[in-house]
Ligand binder design. Structure first.
Ligand code: NAI
Ligand code: MG
Length: 325
């Protein structure tokens, strides 16, 4: 059976890096691609940032490849993650040979809770002076994340994971998160240690080698993975996978990069590595490894885009990756 892949380029450099990822998928596999719209541009046209048919497509496709959305990002990506039933956002941050990274020894994977925390949308303006936000943490979502983390560790060469939290202050919500995750790890016989998330931000800058798999609440995962992007050479390098109960959505961590959009110079690495994660998820482990190998060799030998100190275009990098494949 040919798998059906939904392709949603979105806005800005999403429109430039998604075709690059698609070219790579076409080179190594035989998939049916169905393109759909989402983001600022379609909102301007139709009034809706996420058309119903795009939501339905993501919900029914075997996997979705997403680029980025601009101002409407929250109206697009949060419902899309929901469409695929995603409960975890997997974000690897690895320093590749040949890339001038601040911390070249970094090789860390964030497993970010993807449905609740402060991103659950319960914000209120109560008066002229006062706005509030309700932070949601459930045992069930924390358990599901922890179960995934245990499987992730068992299927990899990692010896355990670190849970990053702020339970010393948010005693109820992060207290529940911390306790639940550590309990699941204990029951499954997986080593787990813990770190306060603010201290983690310092530790990873000073000595990133001590961290492998990091399990964290939603906002912390968002912020700390961008921090790790800075350590390994920038946002142009970080892929991500939103894994769901039924299907999954793959996207670069970066946004629409309005400062370089339209110039054809965006780094396609994050999008191509997201495609590699998609391949792995669909069971094409060998193809996934080949793509990562090709990307690794191009990062090492060039050509490179401007964010990595080179002057190559998105297309130069993509065609070189395809050649290597
Ligand atoms: P951004 O990730 O778009 O850009 C931050 C910086 O990194 C910029 O200087 C940009 O040029 C650079 N950069 C990012 N990706 C790059 C790539 N592939 N190659 C070379 N350089 C790259 O984040 P920013 O500027 O905070 O947000 C811009 C827009 O993107 C906003 O409208 C925001 O809402 C949206 N956004 C959407 C996301 C999504 O759809 N998942 C995620 C993050 C932001
Ligand atoms: Mg982010």
């Amino acid at each position: 059976m040919t798998e059906e892949i939904a392709v949603i380029p979105g806005d800005g450099i999403g429109k430039e890096v998604t075709p690059a990822a698609l070219e790579v998928l076409e080179t190594v596999g035989d998939f049916e691609f169905i393109e759909a719209e989402a983001g600022d541009a379609v909102k301007e046209e139709t009034g809706e940032a996420l058309p119903e048919e795009t939501y339905e497509l993501a919900a029914s496709a075997d996997a979705t490849l997403f680029g980025a959305a601009g101002e409407t990002a929250a109206d697009v990506i949060l419902p899309l993650r929901e469409a695929v039933g995603s409960f975890v956002n997997v974000r690897p941050a690895r320093a590749y040979p040949g890339v001038d990274a601040l911390r070249p020894e970094t090789d860390v994977v964030f497993l970010r809770e993807n449905t609740e925390g402060v991103y659950s949308g319960h914000e209120n303006r109560l008066s002229e002076d006062l706005s509030t936000l309700t932070r949601v943490v459930t045992s069930s979502a924390s358990e599901r994340l922890a179960g995934f983390a245990c499987e992730y560790v068992e299927d990899s060469e990692h010896e355990g994971f670190t849970v990053a939290h702020k339970a010393n202050v948010m005693r109820e919500t992060d207290g529940r998160f911390r306790e639940t995750v550590l309990k699941v790890a204990d029951e499954r016989g997986v080593d787990a240690d813990e770190v306060l998330m603010d201290a983690f931000a310092t530790h990873i800058c000073l000595d990133s080698e001590q961290f492998g798999v990091v399990v964290c609440p939603n906002l912390a995962g968002d912020v700390l993975s961008d921090l790790a992007a800075g350590l390994v050479g920038g946002l142009g390098l970080l892929p991500s996978a939103n894994i769901g109960t039924e299907n999954a959505l793959f996207e670069p961590v970066h946004g629409t990069a309005p400062d370089i959009a339209g110039e054809g110079v965006a780094n396609p690495t994050a999008a191509i590595l997201s495609a590699a994660m998609l391949l792995d998820h669909l069971g094409y482990a060998e193809e996934s490894a080949r793509v990562e190998e090709a990307v690794t060799s191009v990062l090492d030998e060039g050509p490179r885009t401007a964010d990595l100190g080179g002057n190559a275009s998105t297309e130069d990098v993509t065609s070189t990756v395809v050649e290597r494949l």
